[in-house]
Design a protein around this ligand. Structure first.
Ligand code: PBG
Length: 344
């Protein structure tokens, strides 16, 4: 009976201590980890934001974004070819506008031979298969650094701004931009832009709407990169960009932009707003993008440079999380580096 007691004790112990479900079984080998992998990250998920400078043979570092350079178009074209070869579907173009061309009314924004319009034409001629996305917003062009036209009280006037954005978006589309991406957060701009594009027979110009764009302080390094930080000074953008406390409002913005004719919607910034990315995708099931913004890039780079985080592994993890949350793609300054790692 001593023997039997021991057998019973042992089997009870076995049943309690060793469950039949062991999640580690599937994690044991690479083949089974791969088979059950729920999300994938490929170069095809990445959009590369770039800063273009006027002139030739110019390359400037952005101090708050180590590894990111503003480049003149001739150099950017070489980089664009490389990005295309790496499997990156599209670039998002941001201009660095000379201070002498900035004004109260941002007229330079819709100059048919302005820096963006020229860059689009040349990039499309040099690398026709690479998608070109342009930023529709006035901040690189205004002397005050706001994304719109100010009224007499210094408030960004919605409808006057939309009128200028229309001209800007049209000039980009006429130059050959595949996608125009309004990042200004004015009300009604998507519908207005869509109507003008249709009217001008530009039926296939896509609109990627920065639908849920928050009044975030994570944009600081970007404003250094395009040179709008000093003009903006202590002012902020909270009368038009969203309150970081809100998420229902993000869905309201997304629904409006879709009903006005957006083809893709975006949440920005990225990692601090993953809950919003997930809600948008879950509830609306439309092409959804996230922008891993300049401040997120800067934080990662700062830790990488200190040796506090393993750069290659962490940057891929920081991008995979967007796919897991439901994003179809990510705008990231890491695009080329990530694409190279993914190719290995
Ligand atoms: C301009 C614009 C901004 C960014 C993209 N388009 C800055 C802002 O709204 O102040 C930020 C991108 C980044 O931080 O990487 N409307």
């Amino acid at each position: 009976s001593g023997y039997l007691d021991r057998r019973i004790t042992l089997s009870l112990f076995t049943a309690r201590q060793y469950p039949s479900t062991r999640l580690r079984r599937m994690r044991k080998d690479d083949f089974s980890r791969r088979l059950m992998r729920e999300s994938t990250l490929t170069p095809g998920d990445l959009i590369w934001p770039v800063f273009v400078l006027d002139g030739q043979g110019r390359r400037e570092a952005v101090p708050s974004m180590p590894g990111v350079e503003r480049m003149s178009l001739d150099l950017l074209i070489d980089e664009a070819h490389e990005a295309y070869e790496l499997g990156i579907p599209a670039l998002a173009l941001f201009p660095v506008i000379d201070a002498s061309l900035k004004s109260e009314l941002a007229e330079e924004a819709y100059n048919a031979s302005g820096l963006v319009q020229r860059s689009v034409r040349e990039l499309k001629a040099a690398c026709p298969e690479l998608g070109i996305i342009t930023d529709v917003a006035l901040d690189p062009y205004t002397s005050h650094g706001q994304d719109g036209i100010l009224d007499e009280h210094g408030y960004v006037h919605n409808d006057r701004t939309v009128e200028t954005l229309l001209k800007q978006a049209l000039s980009h589309a006429e130059a050959g931009a595949d996608v125009v991406a309004p990042s200004d957060m004015m009300d009604g701009r998507i519908g207005a832009i869509r109507a003008v594009l249709e009217q001008e027979q530009l039926h296939n110009t896509r609109i990627m709407a920065y639908s849920a764009k928050y009044a975030s302080r994570y944009y600081g390094p970007f404003r250094d990169a395009v040179g709008s930080a000093a003009n903006l000074g202590k002012a902020d953008k909270s009368t038009y960009q969203m309150d970081p406390a809100n998420s229902d409002e993000a869905l309201h913005e997304v629904v409006l932009d879709l009903s006005e004719g957006a083809d893709m919607v975006m949440v920005k910034p990225g990692m601090p707003y993953l809950d919003v990315v997930q809600r948008v995708k879950r509830e609306l099931k439309v092409p959804t993008f996230a922008y891993q913004v300049s401040g997120e890039y800067a934080m990662h780079m700062a830790a990488f440079e200190q040796g506090w985080l393993d750069a290659d592994a962490v940057l891929l993890e920081s991008l995979m999380c967007f796919k897991r949350a439901g994003a179809d793609g990510v705008l990231t300054y890491f695009a080329k580096r990530a694409a190279r790692l993914l190719a290995q």
